[in-house]
Design a protein around this ligand. Structure first.
Ligand code: SF4
Ligand code: SF4
Length: 229
């Protein structure tokens, strides 16, 4: 089957399973000198494509913060669990087409940061970078991906595969959203100063706050205040 047909089949299936967005990043994006994270090729050396799929998260989970932290955390985990089930079916679909596929762990699962390096807090690779290169959105000053139509109120998962899916020609967006320039609300609301106007994120401060101060519940204030949804 031609690449275009397999790609169309994949996207039809993904949306049929309840996903809100999907994109495909070429593995070569991770070879760029601009990329400083771990590489998915370290997991799958013959990687061709990273399939990114995600769902939007109900607004009530954000609007009830900070009192509703338990509900917020539970809603995020429900989204992660939903995506895990969908990704499993997609991985099986890819393998039926004669390729191999494996599902990358998302950094913020119910297991906290167990999937990430405990020192650097980096995952096996950046889902957000893959999503940016798939044309799904760009970054906010809260260091989250601002997905077209959904803003940062989303959850993503990723599938690594040696399938050479057809890449869509998408216009290159600026790396950081233009809307951030006159906003910076996320920086002001962060209770531990993890975000800076210079574009730095102190991941250790965010992780320490959520896992040691909030006992594992997620914070989410930098998403709640973001107007881009
Ligand atoms: S809150 Fe404002 S500055 Fe922060 S990501 Fe959203 S739009 Fe950008
Ligand atoms: S989740 Fe909370 S602690 Fe972490 S960066 Fe956002 S506002 Fe700061």
């Amino acid at each position: 089957m031609p690449e275009e047909d397999i790609t169309k089949n994949l996207k039809d299936m993904v949306f049929g399973l309840g996903t809100d967005f999907v994109g495909i990043a070429d593995s070569r994006a991770f070879e760029s000198p601009d990329y400083v994270g771990n590489k998915p090729q370290d997991v799958m050396p013959d990687l061709k494509s990273v399939v990114i799929l995600g769902v939007s998260v109900p607004n009530g989970a954000f609007d009830t913060l900070p009192k509703g932290r338990a509900e917020y955390t539970n809603t995020l985990m429900a989204a992660t669990a939903t995506l895990r089930v969908i990704a499993f079916q997609i991985a099986k679909f890819i393998e039926k087409k004669g390729y191999k596929a494996t599902i990358a762990p998302s950094e913020g699962s119910e297991f906290g940061y167990w999937y990430a390096d405990r020192v650097t807090l980096k995952a096996d690779f950046s889902f957000k970078y893959a999503a940016y290169h798939a044309g799904l959105g760009n970054f906010g000053m809260n260091h989250l991906l601002i997905i077209n139509d959904f803003g940062p109120r989303i959850r993503m998962t990723a599938i690594l595969t040696d399938a050479p899916f057809a890449q869509e020609e998408t216009p290159q967006m600026p790396l950081v959203s233009d809307a951030c320039r006159d906003c910076l609300k996320c920086i002001g609301i962060c209770p531990v100063g993890a975000l800076t106007e210079e574009g730095v994120i102190h991941r250790e401060k965010c992780a320490d706050y959520m896992f040691n101060v909030l006992g594992g519940l997620r914070c989410g204030l930098c998403l709640k205040v973001c107007p881009l949804y």
